[in-house]
Design a binder for this molecule. Structure first.
Ligand SMILES: [Zn+2]
Length: 250
């Protein structure tokens, strides 16, 4: 955290910019936000790119030029990307990720390295599909349920989709309903991203998702997890369809 101290932050931001972080993470600007318990780096991202309004990630860089020789050559700095119009609950969601990610790293120091090696954007060989899917699903189930629950508690209790450019909102009755709908959608879209990245490997991908969700998703979905996820997604489509028809006739 010395890295984010007042004396170092200008040089830190200049270093991150020089390393090409803005281009890499499609951001317009970066700043340090003084927050308790931890200050953090905030990137201004453009909303809508890849459907993204906010995200929490980490960057690796050599901190020795900043903090001296006792610093690490491979330092992992968590960062938060947020668009200007992100809501309070959205920012709170990402801050909770930041908090949970630091706890994860403390618990398991190999986490950042695994993230670097195994994330969907890092892998290129089909032999890495299973390990990567297991890592992504571990991460999603370790971090997302509590963040969605927090959004619900802060008043963002709906699922939103767009019908011919018009927003359609389905209001969830409970936090658990919201968590299940969002997690099921998250898993399905992750599966689609792998299928898009590795065409011809759909069966391997599906099987890997099936195996990994049964390890990581039981607390949210009960068992059999993969079938429950498919059922939740089918129900979500119906709920949104009903909402859409009501809006059209209303
Ligand atoms: Zn999240």
């Amino acid at each position: 955290m010395a890295l984010l101290s007042r004396s170092l932050r200008d040089r830190l931001l200049a270093t991150l910019e020089a390393e090409g972080i803005l281009t890499l993470l499609k951001a317009r600007a970066l700043s340090v936000v003084d927050a308790t318990p931890l200050p953090y780096v905030r990137l201004e991202v453009n909303a809508g790119e890849d459907g993204l309004v906010a995200h929490c990630t980490g960057i690796w860089f050599d901190v020795r030029p900043l903090v001296g020789l006792e610093g690490e050559a491979d330092y992992y700095l968590p960062v938060l990307g947020v668009s200007q119009d992100a809501s309070g609950p959205t920012i709170a969601h990402e801050l909770l990720h930041l908090h949970d990610m630091l706890a994860l790293i403390e618990q398991d120091p190999s986490y950042p390295e695994r993230a670097l090696k195994l994330s969907i954007n890092s892998i290129s060989d089909p032999s890495e599909i299973e390990g990567s899917i297991d890592f992504e699903l571990f991460k999603i189930f370790a971090m997302e349920p509590q963040a969605y629950r927090l959004e619900y508690e802060m008043g963002e209790t709906w699922i939103e989709v767009f019908d011919a450019g018009r927003p359609i909102r389905y209001h969830c009755a409970t936090a658990e309903e919201l968590v299940a709908m969002r997690m099921a959608d998250y898993v399905a879209s992750l599966e689609r991203r792998y299928a898009k990245k590795f065409p011809g490997h759909e069966a391997t991908i599906r099987q890997a998702v099936r195996v990994s969700v049964s390890h990581h998703g039981r607390a949210v979905f009960g068992s059999p997890v993969y079938e429950q996820i498919q059922q939740v997604n089918a129900q979500s489509s119906l709920k949104l369809l009903v909402q859409m028809l009501q809006k059209r006739s209303g």
